[in-house]
Design a protein around this ligand. Structure first.
Ligand code: NI
Length: 167
């Protein structure tokens, strides 16, 4: 197992559209293990492969308090969504930024698990929000893209300044 490097906004690689996984093989299973380790170490409640610079449609999530409900979704597709809610979101790729984002309240997702079996997940609340946030990553989208232009430009300036300071 290995802890992977997480890309940070505004890294352009975070804008890559991830490709579907053709076969769930040992290479994918190793990626899933490393992603869980990376997510738990961060610590975070969700991680998309895009964030570790692997552009395949793989997510790991665990929204439980005790980190006891690991969920891996490969090639996830939202097949139904209803309701809407606002929740404060953060992202391992956008450190120290928390903003309210509006998303569907309940979603039904079709995916493959790490054994390659087809699964169906019905989620609401935090898990539903987290799944939508992580699928956005696979499509090259970040939660800051869903904020107002004013908030977005403020966040962008903050990260541009940080980059200048570390160079
Ligand atoms: Ni994120």
């Amino acid at each position: 197992m290995a802890i992977l490097d997480i890309l940070h906004y505004p890294d352009p690689r975070l804008r890559t559209l991830a490709k579907p996984v053709a076969t769930v093989d040992d290479g994918i299973r190793q990626l899933v293990k490393d992603m869980f380790e990376t997510m738990y170490a961060a610590p975070g409640i969700g991680l998309a492969a895009t964030q570790v610079d692997v552009h395949q449609r793989v997510l790991v999530l665990d929204v439980s308090e005790g980190r006891s409900q690991p969920l891996c979704l490969i090639n996830p597709v939202i097949v139904a969504a209803e309701g809407s809610e606002q929740m404060e979101e953060g992202c391992l790729s956008v450190p120290d930024v928390f903003e309210a984002v509006e998303r569907a309240e309940r979603v039904v997702v079709h995916a493959l698990d790490e054994k390659g079996n087809a699964i169906k997940v019905t989620a609401e609340g935090l898990l539903a929000v987290c799944i939508q946030h992580e699928i956005d990553h696979l499509d090259g989208r970040l939660f800051v893209d869903r904020l107002s232009a004013l908030k977005r430009s403020r966040i962008r300036k903050k990260f541009d300044k940080q980059q200048r300071q570390v160079v």
